[in-house]
Design a protein around this ligand. Structure first.
Ligand SMILES: [Zn+2]
Length: 352
């Protein structure tokens, strides 16, 4: 185990990283009283996820669990055997249902015979997505992506990928404990408040400890990248971007600017207010670009240049499409855009 060196921080118009160090994959670092930082590998462009172990009586409460793959399970095995006491997990907390966060939760709860703590919408949706594994792509999904402008080849890829969620998420326990804002958690010597965020996932839990002045932020706030805000075929006219904006404004009023943010990706930092402003600004800029681009009718697939700097590949097409529709739906709800569906079922968006 390593103690991270603390950097001197000054708040200003940018974020400040707290440590001059980040753990290697599978390494455990003590960063605060009773808080350990663990980094696990991810086989994506995003190379890692941070998880947190909180002293909890004789054991440790885990926050987020890593992708449900053999590589992650082996990383946990080696962490648990690396020093005495680390193999005593008291409970498993999960911020939200994305596979890099929830993937090993079922496996860990079974292994240690402990409870899973999760927000209700996250738990239920996760159970549904795991149950979809191996099923054929539904007509609703095909209709949704056809409407966005998918080509035959893109549609084939969606159909082939459908139901792959459960391949990287171990089966969840059949019961759980709900994380919600009315109930804070006593973990070891500290009290942690649950703050629910919207937009990136339906009911994303952040954990805030006023005494430590620390926020475990999950994916709700990341230091360098903007979390994906997407619409999916199950709720094609959802407006997650409105929830996202609302949550970010709310977090700004709830949290002090000098709170130490522990994000799921990247490094712990201070300067949450400036980061929240930047995240809001980024999406507002995207909306402005859409207003210009959609002076002529456009399909969801046509608006990527307004929202993304990098080229969209097959690998991130579903996420990019979901994010494009989130922005277009927002402008539809604001009454700024009209929509037309052509004979092929393709939807065309235009600024009024
Ligand atoms: Zn996520």
């Amino acid at each position: 185990m390593v103690w991270a060196q603390k950097l001197v921080t000054e708040l200003g118009d940018s974020i400040q990283y707290e440590y001059d160090f980040q753990p290697a994959v599978g390494e455990v670092v003590d960063i605060l009283p009773g808080v350990k930082w663990v980094r696990l590998p991810l086989p994506f462009m995003l190379s890692h996820i941070n998880t947190w172990l909180l002293e909890d009586g004789d054991g440790r409460a885990m926050v987020d669990t890593g992708l449900g793959t053999r590589t992650t399970r082996e990383a946990w095995d080696s962490i648990f055997s690396s020093e005495p006491g680390l193999d005593s997990i008291s409970r498993v907390l999960v911020t939200h249902l994305h596979p890099d966060h929830v993937g090993c939760a079922g496996w860990l709860c079974e292994r240690f015979n402990v409870d899973l703590y999760m927000p209700r919408d996250e738990y239920l949706l996760c159970r549904i997505l795991v149950a979809d594994t191996g099923l054929p792509a539904p007509e609703e999904g095909r209709r949704f992506y056809r409407a966005a402008g998918f080509s035959e080849a893109q549609m084939e890829r969606y159909i082939a990928m459908f139901g792959s969620f459960g391949r990287v998420v171990s089966q969840l326990p059949q019961s759980y404990r709900r994380l919600h804002e009315d109930r804070s958690l006593h973990i070891g010597d500290f009290e942690w408040q649950v703050i629910i965020g919207r937009g990136h996932s339906p009911e994303h839990a952040c954990l805030y400890c006023p005494e430590l002045n620390v926020l475990i932020a999950g994916d709700q706030i990341l230091p360098t990248i903007s979390p994906n805000v997407s619409v999916f075929p199950t709720e094609p006219v959802a407006n997650p971007l409105a929830g996202w904006f609302k949550s970010l404004h709310r977090l700004k009023t709830l949290l002090p600017d000098d709170v130490l943010v522990l994000p799921s990706h990247g490094k712990p930092f201070r300067g949450i207010h400036v980061r929240l402003d930047a995240l809001i600004e980024e999406h507002q800029t995207g909306l402005d670009q859409l207003r210009i681009l959609c002076r002529e009718p456009k399909r969801a697939l046509d608006v990527f240049p307004a929202l993304f700097k990098s080229k969209i590949s097959d690998g991130n097409l579903i996420m990019a499409t979901g994010e494009a529709i989130a922005h277009l739906n927002y402008l539809l709800y604001e009454g700024e855009f009209n929509i037309d569906t052509d004979d092929e079922g393709v939807r065309w968006y235009q600024a009024r």
